[in-house]
Write a new protein. Structure first.
Length: 482
């Protein structure tokens, strides 16, 4: 089973200094389990938005490390940009993605806020679903007055007291908002006009606080000499990008102005874009006809997804599947070394031999990849057999049959991995000398696959009530291991 996953979208008040942006990236990705999905930096807004997914604890640790880097590298007394800001790391939201509730994200936000306030001495305000006060649910209300205004109020106005951290602004890093929320989409629309007043007027018409569309925050900015209607869509299932675009287009057209383009800052759930296409094409079942979605479903989980499953509490996939994967990796490396040898003048004398190795390695690699899944399926059959009622006379035979099948699969792994070990040594001796280390890694992976597979054969045969039925399988496995 895949592990719990949250999305974290920290916003930094830095969009121009690439060294600082790189340092923030390194801080976030330096935590095991973090996968950085997107980075968008904007010089005009002087802001960078990072989007990552990770298990909850890893996401919080990554965010904390990034706050520490931002505190050291970003000085708000020297910062100016189009986007409102109150902190070097301005906002850190947590969003539930998989097997995580909103309450879990609220608890995560509060834990991080307490740590940031205590260890980094930055005042922290809880916002959105994590807000401790109703007047702090909306981020614009929390950030009102920005860094300069908050610097004057905090410590003297009780309404500005932070939820965590000191009752004083950090002199260069300001303050930070940390919270939990649903998916938010940062969406901008550019008008064919330099008149920011028109963008601000349109923004006022569509934002929720002015009686416009629900779940929409909006303002107008000058970005590169063009008027921009900048929005946060707080819930795309309430107000979609398509609805917002139509409203802005119509309001702009009424003023004789066209839309040049729109943009997403960060990421958007697929349904946000699919919904626009569905509405425009009047095609309500569009999602059922997407080629890429069908391909993803057919291909199964990515390597990262599979590793998350392997690391989970479910025993499937387990050691047998991992052994098969080690064998498949060995096959891939043998094939790589062979391909680096074939067709090169320096290795013309062994070209035919290398081609033969390549053909066999590719076949074995494919078979071992299949055995990764077969081993998991075999274990599932064993689990099913053990669930047969104990008073069922067929239970013992069902368990033994399933266990024998679960032993045969890793034996197949051991057979193929043994052969790959031989091929690895062969291509290592004759192949491209610059890839000999790769051949050696292949050999060691193949050896590991054999050891792991044989151990799985032993475990399953020993568990059989009639071990004689599995004696032949075990004997062959032990022979391969010797």
């Amino acid at each position: 089973m895949a592990s719990p996953l949250v999305e974290c979208v920290p916003n930094f008040s830095e969009g121009r200094n690439q060294q600082t942006i790189d340092a923030l990236r390194a801080a976030l990705t330096g935590v095991a389990g973090v996968r950085l999905l997107d980075v968008q930096s904007d010089a005009a807004h002087h802001r960078s938005v990072f989007t990552l997914v990770a298990p909850p604890a890893a996401a919080a640790e990554a965010a904390f490390r990034a706050v520490a880097v931002a505190r050291e590298r970003i000085d708000l007394t020297k910062h100016s940009g189009e986007h409102p800001r109150m902190g070097a790391i301005d906002v850190v939201p947590f969003i539930p993605v998989r097997d995580v509730t909103m309450d879990d994200c609220v608890a995560l936000a509060r834990q991080l806020a307490e740590r940031v306030g205590r260890e980094l001495e930055i005042p922290v305000y809880l916002y959105a679903r994590a807000a401790a006060r109703p007047e702090r649910e909306r981020l614009p209300d929390v950030r009102k007055g920005e860094f300069e205004g908050l610097r004057e109020r905090i410590g003297s106005d009780a309404a500005a007291d932070p939820d965590f951290g000191p009752r004083r602004i950090h002199p260069t890093a300001g303050a930070t908002a940390i919270g939990a929320r649903p998916f938010l989409v940062a969406y901008n629309i550019y008008l064919a006009s330099p008149d920011v007043a028109i963008a601000k007027e349109i923004a006022k018409k569509i934002r929720t606080s002015s009686g416009g569309l629900p779940a929409v925050q909006a303002s107008g900015f000058d970005v590169g000499g063009r008027a921009q209607v900048s929005m946060n869509l707080l819930d795309i299932d309430v107000t979609s990008p398509a609805v917002v675009f139509t409203a802005v287009r119509d309001l702009a057209a009424a003023r004789g102005i066209a839309i040049v383009r729109s943009e997403i800052v960060g990421l958007i759930p697929e349904r946000g874009i699919l919904g626009a296409g569905t509405d425009f094409l009047l095609l309500p079942d569009a999602a059922d006809h997407l080629l890429e979605a069908k391909i993803r479903a057919a291909e199964g989980p990515t390597l990262d997804g599979w590793l998350e499953e392997l690391a989970g509490a479910n025993p499937v996939p387990g050691g047998g599947s991992a052994a098969a994967l080690a064998g498949a990796l060995a096959g891939a490396l043998v094939a790589m070394v062979a391909r680096l040898t074939i067709g090169r003048k320096a290795y013309a004398a062994v070209d035919e031999q290398a081609r033969a190795i390549l053909g066999e390695a590719d076949v074995l690699r494919g078979e071992l990849r299949r055995l990764v899944d077969d081993d998991a399926a075999a274990y599932t059959r064993v689990s099913t057999a053990y669930k047969v009622p104990k008073d069922d006379p067929a239970r013992g035979a069902a368990i033994d049959t399933a266990l024998l099948g679960a032993a045969v699969t890793p034996l197949d792994v051991a057979r193929r991995a043994t052969r790959l070990g031989e091929l690895a040594r062969e291509i290592g001796a004759i192949g491209n000398k610059n890839a000999r280390s790769d051949a050696k890694v292949a050999e060691e992976l193949a050896r590991t696959a054999v050891i792991g597979a044989v151990e799985n054969v032993r475990v399953n045969v020993v568990s059989m009530s009639d071990q004689k039925a599995g004696a032949g399988v075990l004997q062959e496995a032990e022979k391969l291991h010797s």
